[in-house]
Design a protein around this ligand. Structure first.
Ligand code: C5P
Length: 402
């Protein structure tokens, strides 16, 4: 289902040739499930008829304060009704009036009354577009918080080629879809999320270590998703080649399990959600040689000692925090994962099964099952790790809300 489903959208049309494209734009909006109220400037009726748009939008179209239906059209009510208003095409004249508070038709009065986000898609000939007054009006409109959907470079109605073509209906639709998607998913705003990622390296000597194949990708994707959704994110990561991380994420680089443990405990009291996506080494060499170990003997033994279980230690001191762990199992997966959830005092566990093709270390995809602390089991489809990250955050938000 489109995020536009049920959204109330005012489409404001002003008088330029690009107005003919609004017919297909209205169709796209209606197909996506939006409610569309078209308001036209009087001049735009020379380019496309209100009847066409009323038929496509399935609603009466307003063009004037009165006359249309013999009654007063309340621009203030319209301005309050809408979830979003979009001026497309926005001609040089309408842009200038919007930028300066002029209000000589119903469309402009509605714009001035609108409480919702307003987008505008400029459309005009290239010289009008390039004129300093248009540039200044556009700047002013943006400074008021209106959002420009930039015009494209290409052939114009005049036959000239340049900047000023109204963005295509599909592109305008995409822009507002993205807008609603981002808006509706700031559900982690005000939350601090701490995520562990990657492998740990447990030194044997100055040049060797015990590590594993974790790339850190799942944890990085979760960090990006949480940041996108408004969280303050700290990513505590073991050694990784990954670089692509949202600039708002604070990255703390560690190497060993003990270092990761220390960082997690320092951040724990201020965290709301902790997600342990790291592949922490269970054991570390008991003694770390000062110098590179020589290959003298036929056999060589390394004595290992247990690393702390970071998540379990956080589970022991947990107060308000929501704790999420991962489980990678090869048999009796659900059973083992449930036990782990209980033993580590987690709120949610994300189970990866090595039996699923496409899941696990180094793969771009993952197939997971969520188990919440009521032991409800939610199997998921095989998806890209980015999509799995989104599902994980969705599930956390759902469970956290409970
Ligand atoms: O017990 P197991 O290693 O299967 O548990 C996996 C989960 O516990 C993962 O979420 C992992 O990040 C976390 N873990 C940890 N510290 C360890 C071992 C695992 O936080 N020493």
């Amino acid at each position: 289902m489109s995020v536009l489903s049920g959204k109330k959208i005012i489409l404001g049309i002003s008088g330029g040739i690009a107005a003919y494209k609004t017919a297909s734009f209205v169709r796209l909006l209606i197909k996506a499930g939006a409610q569309v109220q078209v308001i036209m400037s009087p001049a735009s009726c020379d380019f496309i008829t209100p009847l066409t748009l009323a038929t496509l939008s399935k609603r009466p179209v307003y063009t004037q304060f009165e006359k249309d239906f013999g009654e007063w059209t309340n621009h203030v009510e319209l301005g309050l009704w809408a979830d979003l208003m979009i001026m497309a095409p926005a001609t040089a004249n309408t842009l200038a009036k919007m930028a300066n508070g002029l209000c000589d038709n119903l469309l402009l009065a509605t714009y001035l009354s609108a409480k919702c986000p307003v987008f505008f898609a400029p459309a005009m000939d290239l010289d009008m577009f390039a004129h300093p007054s248009t540039t200044e009006n556009t700047r002013k409109l943006k400074s008021y918080g209106n959002i420009e959907i930039e015009s494209a470079y290409g052939e114009l109605a005049s036959g000239l080629i340049g900047q000023g073509r109204m963005a295509e209906p599909e592109d305008i639709l995409q822009t507002i879809t993205d807008f609603f998607n981002n808006q509706s998913t700031l559900d982690l705003k005000g939350k601090k999320v701490v995520i562990t990622a990657g492998p740990t390296y447990e030194p044997i000597d100055p040049v060797r270590f015990i590590g594993n194949h974790s790339t850190g990708k799942m944890g990085f994707d979760i960090a990006n998703e949480a940041a996108k959704r408004g969280a303050e994110v700290v990513l505590i990561t073991g050694p990784t080649y990954l670089k692509s991380i949202n600039s708002s994420v604070k990255v703390v680089s560690v190497s060993t399990a003990n270092q990761m443990y220390k960082q997690c405990h320092e951040l724990f009291s201020s965290a709301h959600i902790v997600i342990g996506a790291a592949a922490v080494a269970d054991y570390r060499p008991k003694v770390v040689a000062d110098q590179k170990i020589k290959k003298n003997d036929e056999e060589f033994t390394i004595v290992l000692e247990k690393n702390p279980d970071i998540l379990a230690s956080l589970g022991e001191i947990k107060a308000h925090q929501f704790l999420v762990g991962f489980a990678l199992e090869t048999e009796n997966e659900i059973e083992y994962a449930k036990n782990k959830l209980k033993k580590k005092n987690l709120d949610l566990i994300v189970l990866n099964s090595l039996n699923d093709t496409g899941a696990g270390f180094g793969k771009p995809t993952n197939k997971v099952t969520f188990i919440d602390n009521d032991f409800n089991v939610f199997p998921q489809e095989l998806k890209s790790k980015e999509a799995v990250a989104k599902d994980i955050i969705d599930q956390i938000v759902k469970s956290y809300a409970k």
